[in-house]
Design a protein around this ligand. Sequence first.
Ligand code: AMP
Length: 284
Amino acid sequence: MYLFKSEKQLTPFIQKEKTAGKKIGFVPTMGALHRGHISLIEKAKAECAIVVCSIFVNPTQFNNTKDLEKYPRPIEHDMEMLLKADCTVLYLPSTDEIYPEGQPELKNYDLGYYDKVLEAAFRPGHFQGVANVVYRLLKKVNPAVLFLGQKDYQQIQIIRKMMELENLPTKIEVCEIVREASGLAMSSRNVRLSEEAWNHAAMISQTLFFLKEYRNQFSSIKALREEGIKRLKTIPDSIVEYVEVCDGETLRPTEIIIEGKPAVALVAIWVDGVRLIDNLILND
Ligand code: AMP
């Protein structure tokens, strides 16, 4: 595996491989890698001759400095995982490389409704930071395919919108959520949960699976959501931020679930001082 810490090293490599006709797949991450990230690398490997994984803890997408400071950064462990997964390149840029202007001058993207609801409502500025960093990374890596996890459902719509606005030709591939045996969605933040909280957090996906299975037994989406909130509130030391059932494309709240038109249930919850998100398509 190549380790490139600067664009100066990355660009000639990418150019050479492209000239040789190799397809480049890109997996952007913030590190603290787990099997969820590795599933993206594996999918990219299956489709692309060259797989670039970036690890960059992007300061501009954290609306909470404590969260940024506490974000895990086990780089040795990450490199081992990427080596095992046979990733071609690890791109490990410095903050100065991504934001050379020092104090980052962020572009303000018109991301419409996607930047007003759910995560955007609770994490102001978060998606502008995401859109900016992904744009800067895409310009450097220039991949044919960008691999994103369904785990960050709204982020996919945000990135898709940014790419449309920037006219970027890269294709997006969405990879399904990898879960622990308990159903807990894998996340870099899970390591911050106590053992007890980690066990309790299984209730998040159990709730989503319950909503999916019994969705037709509720009189309305409102009642379904209320059931979700009631169940999540049983998790000790938790604060539920939202449980929403939305149109899978527009992310507008849905009143009825129509078969053949994806409806997604999305959850954000604090457990034991750690903010967790999860989602599930209810009608696939
Ligand atoms: P992050 O390092 O959290 O920014 O995530 C990097 C990429 O990995 C994003 O596209 C995520 O959606 C994806 N990802 C994170 N957790 C999972 C998971 N449990 N299953 C599948 N993909 C994931």
